[in-house]
Design a protein around this ligand. Structure first.
Ligand code: SF4
Ligand code: MG
Length: 288
């Protein structure tokens, strides 16, 4: 459970803004997710001094700079191992991992399935724009077949990864999808993700107007999951994940199961006290 601030004065969304102004292009979809994250943090009354936002590399991975919590921009694709390490060292910390489709599904792809199956109690927000934005518009793991860029001048022949199906097949505890063009709905998903006791994956369709402007392409296809969708039914979730007529949004799957922290029995370990006290030998002994 995310830790609330002790003070009675509730922080407003703007209170979670850092002094660093976002450096994204005007109209970037990532602004929508950032606004939703400020809202979610305020709704949950998160304590900034007990919250860590971790990222990898890419446009969306600049996000920790714009949030007034602890932040850590790691190496390309390494957001999940660092986020999990922080959570194991201090299980009381609210850990939010963020990044893009290139960072998370390409170079960081090997980490995704294993993070999911270990089920650490962290939230992973992926801003998926189907393109590499920071390096100026190359084909990403979620780009469609036929996508023409400087890296694929004749059109991509690679079948795009289906991130939702991937995490479902790996044993994810909570999987949701939102749209940065609908920040209110996205806020609800982020709140549910942070409150969820286990690994929560929130894929956000977050267009890149500079290199692949999909706002007009995606907006008419964004649709709530069916009213009778059962988030406890893995096969229903998988069926929705493979829809290509529409882009369903909402909570695809939600099933609570034991977390990594409960398995490794370090929840009350003295190592959680402070990072300064961290002793790897003690941690190893706790596994014996
Ligand atoms: Fe956003 Fe694209 Fe600009 Fe990057 S290049 S900041 S993803 S609009
Ligand atoms: Mg991208």
């Amino acid at each position: 459970m995310a830790k609330k601030r002790a003070s009675k004065n509730k922080l407003k969304p703007k209170d979670y803004k850092s002094h660093t102004k976002p450096t994204w292009c005007p109209g970037c979809g990532d602004f929508g997710l950032l606004a939703s994250l400020y809202q979610a943090m305020s709704q949950l009354e998160l304590d900034p001094s007990n919250t860590l936002v971790v990222s990898g590399i890419g446009c969306s991975s600049r996000l920790p700079f714009f949030v007034k919590t602890y932040g850590f921009q790691t190496a390309h694709g390494r957001v999940l191992p660092v986020a999990i390490g922080a959570k194991i060292a201090n299980p009381d910390l609210t850990v939010i991992a963020v990044g893009g489709d290139g960072d998370g599904f390409s170079i960081g792809g090997g980490h995704l399935a294993h993070a999911v199956r270990r089920n650490p109690n962290i939230t992973y927000l992926v801003m998926d724009n189907n393109v590499y934005g920071l390096t100026k518009g190359q084909t990403s793991p979620t780009s469609p077949v036929g996508f023409k860029t400087k890296s694929t001048p004749y059109g991509s022949s690679d079948v795009p990864i289906n991130p939702m199906a991937w995490v479902l097949a790996s044993g994810v505890s909570l999987a949701a999808r939102g749209f940065s063009g609908n920040p209110k709905h996205l806020t609800d998903l982020i709140v549910q993700g942070i409150q969820h006791p286990g690994f929560a994956f929130v894929q956000t369709m977050s267009p890149c107007p500079t290199f692949y402007n999909t706002f007009d392409l995606w907006r008419p296809k964004i649709e709530d999951l069916p009213e009778d969708h059962d988030p406890g039914d893995l096969m229903q979730a998988m069926e929705q994940a493979f829809r290509d007529d529409m882009i369903p949004v909402g909570v695809f799957y939600n099933q609570v199961r034991p977390t990594l922290e409960s398995h490794t029995r370090v929840t009350n370990h003295p190592l959680k006290a402070t990072a300064r006290d961290f002793d790897p030998c003690e941690l190893l002994q706790s596994y014996r």
